[in-house]
Design a protein around this ligand. Structure first.
Ligand SMILES: [Zn+2]
Ligand SMILES: [Zn+2]
Ligand SMILES: [Zn+2]
Length: 164
């Protein structure tokens, strides 16, 4: 699937102003790099820009293929390096149930990572519930459980795909 058809579908399927999401995320990218004292790698911006084309899941292979199509051959391993960095900066999340990645459009620090994932169109809505977050921490503590990854991935159908 081309980026055009993905973003076209996203446009049809949602009424929100995606350019606001993008400009907010880009501002955050610049701020986070500065805070962490990191420079921009060769693939970091192309990877982020691609992820910012919509609210859908991309695999590292999709990303490598699409960036390569734009004219410069890149391998998934190089893409993983950028993804690791973008995740460390809190700008990208890994979704383990779908083996893919999405851009984060939240404000400020995003540490909770709760997602409503549509298994039909692969669109993702990130939710930020402090209640769920706290509940997980409390339950872990009661069970002397040491948390490595707190993210919650809820699978189902988005409103558009239920109608289809
Ligand atoms: Zn958006
Ligand atoms: Zn996030
Ligand atoms: Zn859907």
């Amino acid at each position: 699937m081309s980026i055009d058809s993905i973003s076209e579908r996203q446009k049809l399927s949602s009424s929100h102003q995606h350019k606001h999401c993008v400009s907010k995320a880009k501002t955050r990218f610049v701020e986070r790099l500065r805070e962490m004292g990191k420079g921009v790698g060769r693939n970091d911006e192309p990877v982020l820009n691609l992820l910012l084309s919509n609210h859908q899941i991309f695999s590292a292979y999709d990303i490598a293929e699409k960036i390569s199509e734009m004219g410069r051959r890149v391998q998934p391993i190089q893409i993983y390096r950028s993804l690791e960095k973008l995740m460390a900066l809190g700008l990208v999340h890994r979704l383990s149930t779908r083996n893919g990645f999405i851009a984060c459009y939240e404000d400020g620090e995003c540490a909770t990572g709760q997602f409503l994932i549509c298994t039909e169109c692969e669109s993702v809505k990130e939710i930020d519930s402090q209640l769920i977050n706290r509940e997980i921490s409390d339950s872990a503590q009661e069970n002397s459980f040491s948390i490595a990854n707190k993210s919650v991935e809820v699978l189902g159908l988005c409103s558009n795909c239920q109608d289809a």
